[in-house]
Each structure stands twice: as structure tokens, then as C-alpha cells.
Design a protein around this ligand. Structure first.
Ligand SMILES: NC(=O)c1ccc[n+]([C@@H]2O[C@H](COP(=O)([O-])OP(=O)(O)OC[C@H]3O[C@@H](n4cnc5c(N)ncnc54)[C@H](OP(=O)(O)O)[C@@H]3O)[C@@H](O)[C@H]2O)c1
Length: 314
């Protein structure tokens, strides 16, 4: 089968590409001209240059394509470069869907996220929701995947936490390095291993039973934010003072950091999403749905010892 994959150079996409190639599919990756292709080089994939925000660059990519796997989205905006949630997550998906319809593809597999909602107060979730809507309204045979937080080497969440633990913001307490915890730190997550997400896609691209479905996935354990921070400290063998800060107090600081740092550890958009639990319906959802047991965060998190959040994407 010929699969057109977007977002293949990203954290999740490089795994999806490997899994699809491993299943014997022909994979064509739609990548921007500026993309770093290092992670794709060992794979037998075809490269097609295009940008989801530029509809004119898309149609050629669809020649001979049976199935589209659309992963592209951003979690951080760069308004100065015209890179906004609306343009990439919402309109980019609309352009992909339109080109897919034109080409008559047989299936559109769309990457969404737990938490999506029709509420502009949460622009990441809202534009991911609009992307989902574009897929649903297209009439294309489609599948939507909504994962919880994804972990693995190269992730942003855990490597940023690890960086914070290694180099806590000294600020007012230079002698007692502390790590801020937003609110009560009680928001719950169900982290899922990135290789397991890649493996799920091998089922989503072929099996009839997924057509028309929204599939929500998470890993085998629930963690609160604070428990994840504890696990990061334990893994790095570093104890830090945890300071719970009300979100209302963190917000102006985060707002300021966004204006001072090229890549702040957290953005106001992310902070606003923080109070909402990010969990799938059950802890065995992957095993029940896909027939394999996903890896546990505790068993895999060792990668944070060597990786830092140096590389961040647009
Ligand atoms: N990571 C998580 O915890 C998580 C959780 C739930 C859902 N998701 C969803 O999973 C998907 C992938 O996330 P990720 O963590 O792998 O993100 P990522 O590492 O930031 O990768 C994003 C990918 O999109 C590409 N891209 C960005 N703008 C583009 C454009 N205008 N045209 C073409 N390609 C473009 C990037 O290419 P370049 O190499 O050129 O930058 C990169 O390959 C997203 O839909 C996200 O919402 C992620």
C-alpha cells in the first residue's frame, strides 16, 4: 500500500515512518524544504517537498496514494514567521483533506490529541478540533487517533522537565534549587510510549474496523504531574525542592518568559491547558484495541539521562 505521511521528521513521525516501512508499505513523506532528514535517511522512504500551509505544494504528493497519515501540528506558535495554530493545525489539515479528496484516497488517518474541544480559549485544542472537523466533514473514509502525552527519546515534555531538574531556575532561592509545580500538580496523565503509538498506526492504516472511529489511547499507568516530576528526579538521582505555585501567579511570569526567551520551558497556551486531565478511558485501552501491551514510562524513561530539550521544532 502507498502511504503519504506528513510530519515524518517529527518526534512521532519518524517512528510512524519506521513502523509503516517495517510492515512493507511504500511510504512517501511530505516534508518541508528546510526539514532535517537525518532520522529518515536509514529508511526506504520517498521524500516529497511540500508545506501543509501551501495548498499549491500538495497535489503532486498524492499520486498513487491509497492512505494518508496526517501528523503535522504545532504546539507552539511563531507568529513573527506566520506560524500559527490556525494556519498549521486547522487550515493545514483542511488543505490536506481537500487534496486527499481530489486525489480520491481511500483512507485518511488523522492525528489528534486528547483534550480537543470547540473552545477558542484553548487555541491548540481548538485548532486540533477544527482539524478533526475538517476530516469528518470531508466525507473521506477516516480514522482519528487521540493519544495522551507521548514519551520517548526526543520528546519535549520529559526532556524539558529533566532540564528543569538539572538546572532549576535559581531566581530567589539560589541556595535551595527549586522546581515550580503548577497548582496542586494533581493533573493526571496517561503517558504512552512513542514506539507504541507508531505501532498503533500500522493497524489504523489497514483495518476496516477503525473506519469512522475516534480512537483514544494512553499508556498502562496514570501519573499526576507531580508524580512524573518525582519520577524524573528519581531517574536523574537529583532531589529538588518542589514549590507549588498557583496558576494565576505563574501566568504573568510565563508570559514574560515567552517574550524574553526564544524557547521558554512552558507557554501560556500550555499553562492554560494544564488543569485538565489528559487520560484515555481505561488503562488497558491499547491492549484491548490493538492487541499488544504498551511499555511503561517507569521502564523506558532512562533516555532522559542523556537527552536534553536542545532541539525544538516549529
Ligand atoms: N508529542 C505529544 O505528546 C503528542 C500528544 C498528543 C498528540 N500529539 C500530536 O502528534 C502529532 C505529532 O506531534 P510531534 O510531537 O511528533 O510533533 P513534532 O515533533 O513537533 O513534529 C511536527 C512535524 O510537523 C512538521 N511540520 C510542521 N509544520 C509543517 C508544515 N507547515 N508543513 C509540513 N510539515 C510541517 C515538522 O516538520 P519539520 O521537521 O520541518 O519541522 C515535523 O515533522 C501532532 O499532530 C500532535 O498534535 C502529540
Amino acid at each position: 500500500m502507498m502511504v503519504l505521511l506528513t510530519g515524518a521528521t517529527g518526534f512521532v513521525g519518524q517512528r510512524v515512518a519506521r513502523w509503516l516501512v517495517g510492515m512493507g508499505h511504500q511510504v512517501r513523506c511530505l516534508v518541508r524544504r528546510t526539514a532535517d532528514l537525518t532520522n529518515l535517511q536509514p529508511l526506504r522512504v520517498e521524500i516529497w517537498h511540500g508545506d501543509v500551509t501551501d495548498p499549491a505544494s500538495l497535489p503532486g504528493a498524492f499520486a498513487g496514494v491509497d492512505t494518508v497519515v496526517h501528523l503535522v501540528a504545532i504546539i507552539r506558535e511563531q507568529p513573527a514567521r506566520g506560524i500559527t495554530f490556525q494556519r498549521v493545525n486547522a487550515e493545514g489539515t483542511r488543505h490536506m483533506v481537500a487534496a486527499a479528496r481530489q486525489a480520491g484516497v481511500r483512507r485518511f488517518v488523522h492525528m489528534s490529541a486528547i483534550g480537543v474541544r470547540d473552545d477558542p480559549r484553548y487555541p491548540y485544542w481548538h485548532t486540533k478540533w477544527l482539524g478533526e472537523q475538517a476530516v469528518r466533514e470531508s466525507g473521506l473514509p477516516s480514522v482519528v487517533l487521540r493519544p495522551s502525552l507521548i514519551f520517548g527519546e526526543g520528546d519535549e515534555f520529559f526532556t524539558t522537565l529533566a532540564d528543569l531538574v538539572r538546572k532549576p531556575p535559581s531566581g530567589l532561592f539560589p541556595l535551595a534549587p527549586m522546581v515550580p509545580v503548577p497548582g496542586r500538580g494533581a493533573t493526571r496523565f496517561q503517558p504512552i510510549f512513542v514506539e507504541d503509538v507508531g505501532r498503533c498506526f500500522t493497524h489504523l492504516v489497514t483495518e476496516e474496523r477503525f473506519l469512522g472511529q475516534v480512537v483514544t489511547i494512553g499508556g498502562p499507568d496514570l501519573y499526576t504531574y507531580e508524580q512524573m516530576l518525582d519520577l524524573v528526579m528519581e531517574t536523574l538521582s537529583r532531589r529538588r525542592l518542589k514549590v507549588h505555585l498557583p496558576l494565576a501567579l505563574m501566568r504573568p511570569n510565563v508570559w514574560l518568559l515567552e517574550r524574553l526567551l526564544p524557547h521558554p520551558p512552558v507557554t501560556t497556551v500550555q499553562l492554560d491547558m494544564f488543569p485538565f486531565d489528559n487520560v484515555a478511558e481505561s488503562l488497558d485501552v491499547v491492549e484491548r484495541t490493538f492487541g499488544f501491551r504498551p511499555k511503561r514510562l517507569r521502564d523506558e524513561i532512562g533516555y532522559i539521562r542523556k537527552s536534553t530539550a536542545a532541539r525544538h521544532r516549529s
